[in-house]
Design a protein around this ligand. Structure first.
Ligand code: TRP
Length: 330
């Protein structure tokens, strides 16, 4: 660890394995940034409880699934700290202290909370769910992170985090770092069915853990330009999901594919085949690493335990300082 390097903190709820949307939206950036920043990657199992408290075994299994997803795409456990949220005492403590500085109304008006509550069908949400942005503030600040790579849905949470940090620093004379969001360079990846969001509940996702045959099958079933009922009719790439995928995963050939679609010199079947090949080519190295870690789960466990130990050392030291500034001492 190089103390002059800026620190990144980000992570995922452990509520299921990750898909290509996660990859282009955040994992890819994390892998690119891991050499430049001191990186902390959080397996958010406590936050997972806010929506999945009735299914703890899903959360438990997902800790391994997500950790292996991370390792398979190339996060290097020698240089990044992958850790488990529930193991970090500092996060729990800070959550309590921060909760004094946020009003219930502020949380209620958080647009991401509102959308998620609606999606989950909560008409009377729990205190834990309403308050998860406070706990997320603790995730980010326990190690004084500078930068938080996230999707745009997380921006309200980062804004709240910055507010809490400013208030805390003002009140207690501390120097908690006010973090900045770092937005993904890639637009949101739509689902294969044309739905704006790729998601497990929607059944329209390609998982990082999918084998080549599943990828072929899923891509074959993707929705294209529905007006293009025959190969002879020119297509409209602007309204085609497969085309959007080409743009992201096959940028070299994208222009050419668009022209061929528009002049009907390529059909949807062939176009999908090209995409599936491209995706499988990208995913092949992931699969090799995955196969190794699937067979060495103990190693995965050791990586996460070592990461949690390191995060705890940093967190304990930080919280001790903060408590002293708050006069929570005897
Ligand atoms: N809320 C984030 C998500 O749903 C996951 C998360 C938990 C997170 N703690 C975090 C992201 C801290 C960034 C920083 O994707």
């Amino acid at each position: 660890m190089n103390p002059s390097r800026k620190r990144i903190l980000t992570g995922d709820r452990t509520t299921g394995k990750l898909h290509l949307g996660h990859y282009v939206g955040s994992l890819k950036t994390r892998v690119e940034l891991q050499h430049e920043y001191d990186s902390f990657i959080l397996l958010a199992d406590v936050q997972a409880l806010t929506t999945h408290f009735e299914n703890p075994s899903l959360i438990h299994n997902s800790i391994y699934d997500v950790a292996i997803d991370y390792l398979s795409v190339g996060l290097d456990p020698e240089i990044v700290t992958i850790f488990q949220q529930s193991q970090i005492k500092a996060i729990a403590e800070l959550t309590v202290f921060y909760s004094m500085l946020v009003s219930v109304n502020t949380l209620r008006h958080n647009p991401t909370i509102k959308t998620e509550a609606q999606n989950y069908g909560y008409n009377d949400m729990t205190y834990g769910f309403l308050g998860y942005p406070v706990s997320q503030t603790a995730d980010i600040t326990f190690c004084n992170a500078d930068l938080v790579p996230v999707g745009d849905d997380q921006l309200p949470h980062i804004e709240l985090c910055r507010k809490i940090v400013r208030r805390f620093n003002d009140l207690y004379g501390t120097h908690i770092t006010e973090p900045e969001a770092k937005l993904s360079p890639c637009p949101r990846l739509p689902g294969l069915d044309g739905n704006q969001k790729m998601g497990k509940s929607l059944g329209n996702a390609i998982y990082l853990a999918d084998d080549a045959e599943s990828v072929n099958k899923k891509v074959r079933s993707a929705v294209t330009d529905t007006n293009r009922t025959s190969v002879k009719i020119p297509g409209n790439p602007d309204i085609c999901v497969v085309n959007q995928y080409h743009k992201i995963f096959n940028p070299e050939e994208h222009g050419n594919i668009c022209s061929m679609c528009k002049n009907a010199s390529i059909g949807c079947v062939a176009c999908k085949k090209l995409l599936a090949e491209k995706l499988n080519q990208m995913m092949e190295p992931f699969r090799e690493k995955r196969a190794y870690y699937e067979q060495h789960k103990n190693e995965v466990r050791e990586i996460v335990n070592a990461g949690s130990k390191k995060a705890n050392q940093i967190g304990d030291e930080h919280v001790a300082q903060l408590k002293e500034s708050m006069n929570i001492i005897l």
